[in-house]
Structures are given as structure tokens and as C-alpha cells.
Write a protein that binds this ligand. Structure first.
Ligand code: ZN
Ligand code: ZN
Length: 410
């Protein structure tokens, strides 16, 4: 368990390093009702740093399941319009967003996959405008995470619930650098290291990134024309930096959606909409998925890959060394925020306009001409095994080693 002081430091990191809330700004906290105490702590801290007004969008994952079981597919295919109105208000008022991502990875287990798909499609469509505002950095935002009982129980199945929650707090405390004397300073140093590597990658302007390992992965991922590698801190459209994921260990950019070839095998399970997908492999040709297999959760994978055309290509490539505190913890969190930061990953679906030069001012057609992928989905999946080798290949064909045996060599 964290001390009260550590919890306060945590809330402060979310507000100041994460969303980088400015004085006089409205704040939206998205949070499950199980994490109410932490949301209230963030709200109090936000006012200490000059928030104008704090809104909380409560989630209730248990009600989500009850609705999924009780409501018809037709009902679940529509999202109540007051939610869209709320999003519009948030965009108009230029809020900053703090999401607390915490929940039972298996909450939707056994629910009808058709209903799940219809519902997630409807909420993605309803959320399109707000997501565009965050993905383009028009709004500053961050995601943090704290334990819930069901989640901790899944991560530490052999412990009783209270012990599992306790272990999870300790793990997250370490990963969030809350056990350092000065967590904010530790974060500053960490962010600087990530920025140095991102600069190296940007200076080299590779045409391809080549992944190989002993588990069958041999994949060449072309990079979008004029791509930009981004790490840790990003720039809001208003010129104010923020850190979208806390923790963050990744350096990422956009693939070229017509230049991806080969086969990739997953390194960690993928949790999506309350389903676990594992032991899967994906084959690409000229940027498109042409074949896929999964020993666990095939239907859930199929659900993702049949959302729209764009989901069959990639929108993100992210590099993370095996010596990151999350990877070193050896804990499988069944939560993308952590697991994606434990391992190199790719994402099916949409790319971030910020990962190409001038992307925020491009039309969809201009983005597409740079190889930027578009989709309603953005689903990360982990590919960075402990033995992965990664090379950058320049436009002149020159190869530069980036990773050997799962770790950075630059
Ligand atoms: Zn990522
Ligand atoms: Zn992603």
C-alpha cells in the first residue's frame, strides 16, 4: 500500500506531468466508481493547482456487464445522445482529461460477442469527435492506473484479494517512481532519456523497421513518409507539453500502411473489451493483414479485425526495451497501459496525426498519401519478446542496429 504522501504525489504527477493542467482550466476525470477515493484526491489536488472546475465521468464496469446481459443488441447499438452533448461541452471548454484506467480484464467474459461488437462500434462512433480532439493533441490528456480488487485478483491469482491489491499498489508505486525521493525529478530524467533516443531515430529517418526473433517473428514495417518519432512528452496544439501515458516507456511513430510485410507473433496477451486474446500470429502483405490465427480468443480477434477496412493495417509502431521497470517487474497486468509499456508493440487501426510532420493541419487525403492509416479502432498488441532484434533500414538500404536481445543498443 502507498503512504498518503505517495498517493498525493501520484495525483500531483497526473495533474502536473500528465495532463499538465493550467490555472483556470476545467478538468475531466474518467474513473470507475471503485476508484472514487483516488478520483476525489485528484479533484482536491487539481484545485490546489488552480483548476476552475472538476467534472467526473463515473464509469461502472459492473453495470456495463449487467447492461450487456440485459439490454437488446438493438438498444446497445445506440449511445444516448446526452453523452455526445457532454463531449461537445468538454471540447468547447477545452478541458484537460485524466483517465483512471482500472478494471476487471474479464468483466465481459461470456457476453454475446455480437452485442459487444455492436456496442463498442456505437460508442466509438459517438466518441469520434472527442477522440479526434485528444488524438490530435487539441486537448491535453493523460491515463493513469490504480488497482481494483477483481483486477488485482487476476494479476495475482494465488493471493487473497486484500494481499493481491497490496502487491499491485507496490508494483504500480515502483513503476510510477513514487518510491523515489523526488518522483517529479525522477520523471524528468526518464523523459530526457526517451527524448534522446527519439532524436536519434528522427535524425536517421529510417524507411523500414525490421523485427526478428526466435519465435517466428520476421516483419518489416515501413514508416510513414515524413514520420516523427514521439516519446513521453508531447506538445499540445496550444504549445503546452503533456505526457499522455503514465507510466510511459515507449517511443512511437506511424507505420506506412502500404509497406508492411511478413509475420508477427504476439509476445503478451491482448486484452480487448473484456476478452483475452493470446497465442496469435498475424501475416501482412503490402500493408494489409492477409492471414491471422489465435489459439485463445480467436472470435475476439476476428471482432477487432472486421471493424472496418482500416483496422487491417497498422497505425502505430512503438519501441520499448526489456529493462523498463514494467518489463523488469515481470508482471502481466492484463491492462494495455502497463503491458504495452512492457514490450514493443504495434497497433491495428488508426494512426496519430501528430506522428507525421504537419499532420494536424492535413486533410484525411493528405494523411493517407503519407501512408497514415485511418480506422475507428486503435488496438495495441505486444510483439517485443526478450530475444527480439530490431534494425532500422535507411532509404539507402543501410541497416542500423536498434535492439539486440530485447534491449536498446543506442
Ligand atoms: Zn503505444
Ligand atoms: Zn497505441
Amino acid at each position: 500500500m502507498l503512504t498518503q504522501k505517495q498517493l498525493q504525489n501520484f495525483a500531483e504527477l497526473a495533474i502536473r506531468v500528465g495532463a499538465n493542467m493550467q490555472k483556470g482550466q476545467e478538468v475531466v476525470i474518467r474513473c470507475d466508481i471503485q476508484c472514487a477515493d483516488f478520483a476525489h484526491l485528484i479533484a482536491e489536488k487539481a484545485y490546489e493547482f488552480g483548476a476552475k472546475l472538476v467534472h467526473i465521468q463515473w464509469r461502472d464496469e459492473v453495470l456495463g456487464r449487467i447492461n450487456m446481459l440485459g439490454a437488446s443488441k438493438e438498444t446497445l447499438s445506440k449511445v444516448p445522445d446526452y453523452l455526445t452533448a457532454q463531449s461537445k461541452y468538454f471540447i468547447r471548454h477545452k478541458v484537460c482529461l485524466i483517465s483512471v484506467s482500472a478494471g476487471d480484464p474479464n468483466i465481459m467474459k461470456g457476453c454475446d460477442p455480437d452485442k459487444l461488437k455492436a456496442n463498442s462500434l456505437a460508442s466509438m462512433q459517438a466518441n469520434k469527435e472527442f477522440r479526434a480532439a485528444t488524438m490530435s493533441n487539441y486537448l491535453r490528456w493523460t491515463i493513469v492506473s490504480i488497482p481494483t480488487r477483481a483486477w488485482a485478483k487476476q494479476v495475482f491469482p494465488n493471493d487473497d484479494p486484500a494481499e493481491a491489491v497490496d502487491k499491485m499498489w507496490n508494483a504500480i508505486g515502483h513503476i510510477m517512481r513514487l518510491d523515489c525521493d523526488n518522483p517529479a525529478e525522477a520523471w524528468r530524467k526518464h523523459i530526457d532519456t526517451l527524448h534522446r533516443r527519439a532524436r536519434f531515430l528522427n535524425e536517421h529517418n529510417f524507411e523500414y523497421i525490421h523485427f526478428t526473433n526466435n519465435g517466428g517473428t520476421d516483419l518489416r514495417v515501413g514508416l510513414a513518409t515524413d514520420h516523427v518519432w514521439i516519446a513521453a512528452e508531447e506538445m499540445g496544439q496550444d504549445g503546452i507539453p503533456f505526457t499522455a501515458n503514465m507510466p510511459t516507456e515507449e517511443i512511437f511513430t506511424a507505420p506506412h500502411n502500404r509497406k508492411i510485410d511478413g509475420k508477427v507473433v504476439n509476445a503478451l496477451p491482448l486484452v480487448n473489451n473484456g476478452n483475452v486474446i493470446d497465442d496469435f500470429e498475424i501475416t501482412f502483405k503490402a500493408g494489409r493483414v492477409v492471414d491471422y490465427k489465435a489459439k485463445v480468443g480467436y472470435d475476439a480477434l476476428k471482432n477487432i479485425l472486421t471493424t472496418d477496412e482500416g483496422v487491417l493495417s497498422l497505425g502505430e509502431i512503438a519501441l520499448i526495451g526489456k529493462r523498463s521497470p514494467i518489463a523488469e517487474s515481470g508482471i502481466l497486468f492484463y491492462n494495455t497501459l502497463f503491458d504495452e509499456n512492457a514490450s514493443c508493440h504495434l497497433a491495428f487501426g488508426a494512426s496519430y496525426p501528430t506522428t507525421v510532420k504537419g499532420g494536424n493541419n492535413m486533410t484525411e487525403a493528405q494523411l493517407a498519401s503519407h501512408g497514415m492509416n485511418q480506422s475507428l479502432q486503435h488496438v495495441d498488441f505486444m510483439v517485443g519478446t526478450k530475444d527480439i532484434n530490431i534494425d532500422g533500414i535507411g532509404y539507402d538500404g543501410k541497416e542500423t542496429p536498434l535492439f539486440r536481445d530485447g534491449e536498446w543498443v543506442i
